[in-house]
Design a protein around this ligand. Structure first.
Ligand SMILES: NC(=O)c1ccc[n+]([C@@H]2O[C@H](COP(=O)([O-])OP(=O)(O)OC[C@H]3O[C@@H](n4cnc5c(N)ncnc54)[C@H](O)[C@@H]3O)[C@@H](O)[C@H]2O)c1
Length: 314
């Protein structure tokens, strides 16, 4: 039997990933962990083992890895806005928890597959080009991004030392989020979800703002693929850029309006840049090339219209 651990399993991606794994691998023993429980897990609760706890505590990681876990998806994190507001908590979750988990893998000694979720927020700085590639120098301008760069480097080193078989992806903003979290990129989800629920929405970034986006379906398929491919294909740098599309906030609004009108559900979208959101988003890349992900055959989305239609269909 194969044993898979998902951290941050009560989150947006974690619960969906768990369901995706069970779909293809019903025989896998799935251990889900998070500091909070969530109704997102309810549809699969009877098929999984759920362990509630704080990954900032090293003993939890060691307990979780004491079993025969041979694949880890590490998704627990405090996302961008949250880590900016609370530096210490960000450090605890985004740096120490990752290190605790990697250390537990080293002590466990089974060299598990370890899938790490990095972010587009690892790019930034004055020298950053508008389109980043897999090999653009990472100079993040936010604490969350710095922690993710540290995670990527630890992934490389723990793999080089033979402690894990690491694989990572720098996700663009994943849409359409069901429940808002502290991610500064949340506007891209909110401006789809809220008007299509008949509510008016004030967008906190200017109309011409562009950041790369990926659908939840594609993000989950990407994680699943990364957990199953031959790790040696990743070479000595284990994290790749995720595939994304880059519509402007205005183009998202147009697509929401045209699809919303067809289904008779539409609140208004107005633009009012928020000084606590806009300056950080402005430091992120507008476009992200994902040549390595494409070469690995990782999935991508067609356009914003198809993402919105897929969301409505769900
Ligand atoms: N969603 C996105 O747009 C996006 C983009 C780029 C990268 N990522 C990364 O993908 C991963 C999953 O993202 P998500 O959208 O599902 O995030 P999420 O915020 O929905 O879920 C994260 C989960 O981590 C848990 N967590 C936080 N601190 C913890 C701790 N100390 N101990 C145990 N659990 C803890 C939270 O309770 C939460 O359920 C994260 O690592 C995130 O940084 C997400």
């Amino acid at each position: 039997m194969s044993y898979t651990l998902i951290t941050g399993a009560s989150g947006f991606l974690g619960a969906r990933l768990a369901a995706r794994i069970l779909e293809s691998e019903p025989q896998t023993h799935l251990i889900l962990t998070d500091q909070v429980d969530s109704p997102r897990i309810d549809p699969i609760r009877s098929a999984v083992q759920f362990i509630q706890g704080d990954l900032g505590d090293p003993s939890l990681s060691h307990d979780l890895l004491s079993s025969e876990v041979d694949r880890v998806f590490h998704l627990a994190s405090l996302v961008s806005g949250g880590a900016e507001q609370n530096f210490e908590l960000g450090l605890k979750v985004n740096v120490y928890a990752t290190l605790n988990l990697l250390e537990a893998c080293r002590f466990q000694g089974r060299k598990p597959i370890f899938v790490f979720t990095s972010s587009i927020a690892t790019f930034g700085g004055k020298e950053m080009p508008p389109e980043v590639t897999d090999w653009t120098f990472q100079h993040p301008q936010n604490s969350y991004g710095v922690a993710k760069v540290i995670g990527e480097q630890l992934l490389n080193d723990y793999t080089r030392k033979g402690f894990i078989d690491g694989r990572g992806v720098r996700f663009p903003a994943v849409i359409v989020r069901d429940i808002p979290n502290t991610a500064l990129s949340g506007y891209a989800s909110n401006m789809i979800r809220e008007p299509l629920a008949g509510k008016d929405y004030v967008c906190p970034v200017p109309e011409d703002t562009r950041i790369p986006l990926v659908s939840i379906k594609t993000a989950v398929e990407t994680l699943y693929a990364l957990g199953t491919i031959d790790g040696s294909l990743l070479g000595d740098f284990r994290t790749v850029n995720g595939r994304g599309i880059s519509p402007s906030a205005f183009e998202i609004a147009l697509a929401v309006e045209s699809i919303g009108e067809k289904v008779g559900l539409i609140g208004t979208i107005t633009f009012k840049p928020d000084p606590s959101v806009e300056p950080i988003i402005a430091t992120w890349p507008k476009f992200m090339r994902a040549d390595r992900a494409e070469a690995l055959g990782l999935p991508g989305d067609r356009d914003i219209q198809s993402i919105i239609e897929e969301y409505l269909a769900l």
